[in-house]
Design a protein around this ligand. Structure first.
Ligand code: IMP
Length: 424
């Protein structure tokens, strides 16, 4: 198996950063294909915690090529400050980083619009990260977006920016009573960003397909999670891109026949940040316990994450829509002190039992989860060196997840360190 796509199987924050970091040693290229700096991938190297938002986590390894694909939306200011952050950690960035010339660019007006929309229309608040992701993708799909390649063509960039700003400034003043943006300032600033990014600009599809011809291995690094996918998630409480495995093809220009395997990352329980339905959400007491033990605070915004029981309906859905060959279960150790664990196997609403993930928001908001119970193990799992070191009840819990999800567990993570990883 050479080309692998790794996705989040829940609402994001499943611990993809660590698993991708581990899989990177057996790959040549690591590619981001959707989302932007709304993502936060945490990798612990020794005693140091490194959080990446846009740059693929493969950058932490020597001799790996990292590409930001065409499906990603790029805030140049955030990208360049992340480059400085990574360099300050002693990691060199040169031709190991590529940026697709077809990726769309986030402008200051996208970020402001993202925040203003959330404030003004609080009834439809999504709880976004405020990074301008939604407004940038909106421009992309309304065909008004500005791509990286456009920044290098003075006339095209000027024309596009002018017409965008005419429209945006009208919206800012008429809808939001917000001050107008200055064309010159943004134009000059983005021409400057373009100069700095120039050595990294590439045709992502050409680079990756050439690499495939040379039998190089590619890891497609998904951001967010299946239920935040614009098509398959809890719409409208989703992000604006295809965070499922299919996004890897459109977001890089690599055909589906070239991807050999899909791995889904699931947390041993469930979390989500932002608004939206969450059927297995904990009550306050359990929530605090797991949030503290699991350090469940957003890597991008620092917001406390909502936490709940493992939801097998979600996981089964993720296996189906992503075509998962295998799953990796993370943060098993967080459950070490739980005497009993619940797994949701269906939702009940108005006498109907739902065992497939329903699209109807009313069902998701109001349904009662149907649980099975598993005995806890009340032992420290964080020091296990192999699968069989895990307590019998922990293995039973994992087997249950595997059986309900319909995909085999290949990796188990029992702590943030690279060494705290078990392969089944
Ligand atoms: P946006 O992507 O900033 O537009 O936010 C849309 C929704 O996706 C919100 O509920 C965010 O909290 C959520 N979201 C976006 N990125 C991530 C992520 O990396 N992890 C978890 N949730 C995310």
């Amino acid at each position: 198996m050479s080309n692998i796509v790794v996705i989040g199987a829940q609402w994001g924050d499943e611990g993809k950063g660590k698993i991708i970091d581990i899989l990177t040693k057996d790959t040549d290229y690591v590619v981001r294909y959707q989302g932007g700096n709304n993502a936060g991938h945490t990798v612990v190297v020794g005693k140091e915690e490194i959080i990446l938002h846009l740059i693929p986590s493969g950058i932490l390894h020597k001799n790996k090529k990292c590409i930001i694909g065409n499906g990603v939306v790029i805030d140049p200011e955030a990208l360049l400050s992340e480059v400085s952050y990574v360099k300050a950690k002693g990691i060199s960035i040169g031709d190991n980083l590529g940026i697709s010339d077809q990726a769309h660019v986030i402008f200051p007006y996208h970020k402001v619009l993202d925040k203003l929309r959330e404030e003004k229309f609080s009834k439809t608040k999504i709880g976004t990260t405020g990074r301008g992701i939604g407004p940038c993708y909106t421009d992309k799909f309304s065909r008004a977006g500005i791509r990286i390649a456009d920044l290098y063509n003075e006339r095209i960039f000027k024309d596009k920016l002018e017409s965008n700003m005419e429209e945006k400034n009208a919206i800012f003043s008429k809808v939001y009573n917000y001050k107008k943006f200055s064309f010159e300032k943004i134009y000059e600033q983005y021409r400057e960003y373009a100069k700095i990014m120039k050595p990294h600009i590439c045709n992502c599809s050409v680079v990756l397909n050439q690499a495939i011809k040379k039998k190089k291995r590619i890891l497609f690094e998904g951001a967010q999670g299946t239920l935040l996918d614009i098509d398959h998630g809890t719409y409208p409480f989703v992000t604006s891109s295809n965070s499922t495995s299919g996004g890897a093809c459109v977001g890089t220009g690599v055909g589906p026949t070239k991807i050999d395997k899909a791995i889904g990352i699931v947390k041993a329980y469930t979390t989500r940040v932002g608004e939206g339905p969450f059927p297995t959400e904990f009550s306050a007491e359990l929530l605090n316990k797991i949030r503290q033990k699991g350090r469940e605070f957003g890597a991008t915004t620092g917001r406390p994450r909502r936490c709940g029981w493992f939801d097998a309906v979600i996981c089964k859905n993720a296996v189906t829509v992503n075509g998962l060959d295998a799953i990796a279960v993370t943060k098993l150790d967080v459950l070490d002190e739980m005497p009993v664990l619940k797994i949701c196997v269906g939702y009940k609403y108005k006498d109907k039992l739902y065992t497939d993930f329903p699209a109807d928001l009313e069902v998701l908001w109001k349904a009662k989860p149907v649980y099975i119970e598993c005995p806890g193990w009340l032992k420290d799992t964080s020091q296990a060196k192999k699968y069989m070191d895990l307590p019998a009840n922990a293995r039973k819990y994992l087997r249950k997840i595997e059986q309900l999800a319909g995909a085999k567990i290949e990796i188990i993570s029992i702590g943030s360190d690279r060494n705290q990883t078990l392969f089944v």
